[in-house]
Design a protein around this ligand. Structure first.
Ligand SMILES: *Cc1c(COP(=O)(O)O)cnc(C)c1O
Length: 409
């Protein structure tokens, strides 16, 4: 399989960088992967996709991996796009859809980015990687590193959901709890680079995680027959997913594959317990200041400072979108509402998007009949602390109390 990558590009200044060697940041900022889209257009036609397996590797011409043997896969991709009429009716949205990323390997969309990052690390012969994580990235990195036979070090805040701690260890990653935030974990990875000889797999610090997450946008377009929705609600932490999808739409437009010029208004959703991007958006800034005292049960979006802040803010603004912070104290309520109306295992991060939808419908920013796609980025089951509850008990030492069963909700 030929690669259609032409070069890499510094996101802050457009500098042209070589694609055939290991790259990290440029001017301390992330790097884009660029393709010869004319050549992709000649090599790939829409009907060819129908013949391909339902994984993200079906978009191979738009992905950076050159060497087939480097591909590290757990069958990721093609998550279902599910209609959500009951949840929509409760909120007043008649055309609501949920792209359910909870069904991906390791229970979150992080597997898309890490399948790509680990495959590329393998292609470059990297033997040891390290990353800071707010939770799910660690689990996905550990799984794909195991699959690739690469050594993995994971650093996470000590209040990261227990499942994330255990899943990393279970997959053989050298896993550490840190008494700080994800930014402190990031510093450990940075400072350990020389001494430990690892490759820094942090969000946006290598160019390929975006390419993996971009496939959410490619898939969404294909599932909607190449017509994009009016609005995308996306829980935003480091922003790779939002930025990746926006890149996907630009590439599809350049290929001439989109039915119309319409692009979705991208909504970056955060909790008011950690809303650096929302604050920068409201101030009209292109960079976000670190958010003090970041705290939210939606651990995937507990990112007080994002190295790609300007990429997120650019995408949101270019799209005519917005950035919304929702009340931290209501996330559990929205989670329960979504899961109980649709049966989809909505994570706290996606529950924040339910809150944002409620808010944007109320202000009229989203109209009731607009097509809205909400991303469920992870599985509710990965957050036992957030969904814990007290259940009524049945005592079998005496007669069963049917009265109590009947009145239980
Ligand atoms: C990482 C994560 C996010 C945030 O994703 P970014 O693309 O880094 O902004 C949202 N939800 C879940 C469940 C996550 O694990």
């Amino acid at each position: 399989m030929p690669s259609f990558v032409t070069h890499l590009e510094g996101a802050i200044d457009g500098a042209r960088l070589a694609a055939d060697r290991v790259q990290t940041l440029h001017e301390d900022r992330p790097i884009w992967v660029r393709y010869d889209l004319d050549a992709v257009g000649r090599a790939l036609a829409k009907p060819m996709l129908r013949e391909r397996p339902p994984t993200l590797w079906r978009y191979r011409e738009l992905l950076p991996v050159r060497d087939d043997a480097a591909i590290t896969s757990l069958g990721e991709g093609m998550s279902p796009l599910l209609p959500a009429p009951r949840l929509g009716a409760r909120l007043g949205a008649s055309n609501l859809w949920i792209k359910d990323e909870s069904q991906l390997p390791t229970g979150s969309f992080k597997s898309r980015g890490l399948a790509m990052a680990i495959s590329m690390a393998r292609q470059f012969g990297i033997r040891r990687v390290a990353l800071p994580t707010a939770g799910n990235a660690g689990g996905a990195a550990a799984a794909y590193a195991a699959r690739a036979g690469i050594e993995c070090f994971v650093f996470m805040p000590d209040d990261t959901p227990a499942i994330n701690q255990y899943e990393c260890r279970l997959a053989g990653a050298r896993t550490f709890l840190v008494n700080g935030l994800i930014t402190d974990c990031g510093r450990i990875v940075r400072e350990g680079k020389e001494r430990m000889g690892w490759f820094d797999l942090s969000t946006l610090k290598e160019p390929y995680r975006i390419e993996g997450k971009k496939t959410m946008g490619l898939e969404l377009a294909e599932q909607l027959d190449w017509r994009l929705p009016d609005v995308i609600l996306y829980p935003t932490g480091g922003g790779t997913g939002l930025v990746g999808m926006w890149k996907a739409f630009a590439e599809l437009a350049a290929l001439g594959w989109l039915g119309s010029d319409k692009r979705p208004r991208m909504v970056a959703v955060q909790s008011d317990g950690c809303a650096p991007i929302v604050r920068a958006f409201e101030r009209g800034d292109r960079h976000a200041e670190p958010f003090p005292g970041a705290a939210t049960i939606a651990s995937g979006i507990r990112v007080p400072a994002a190295v790609g802040d300007f990429m997120i803010l650019d995408a949101v603004r270019e799209s005519g979108g917005t950035a919304v912070a929702v009340e931290e104290g209501r996330i559990r309520e929205w989670m329960e509402l979504a899961v109980s109306t649709e049966g989809i295992a909505v994570c706290p991060e996606a529950a924040a998007c339910v809150g944002a939808l409620e808010k944007l419908l109320a202000t009229g920013w989203i109209r009731a009949d607009e097509q809205v796609v909400l991303f469920n980025t992870g599985a509710a089951q990965k957050y036992p602390e957030a969904i814990a509850c007290e259940l009524p008990r049945i005592d079998i030492s005496g007669p069963i109390d049917w009265e109590a069963v009947a009145v239980q909700r």
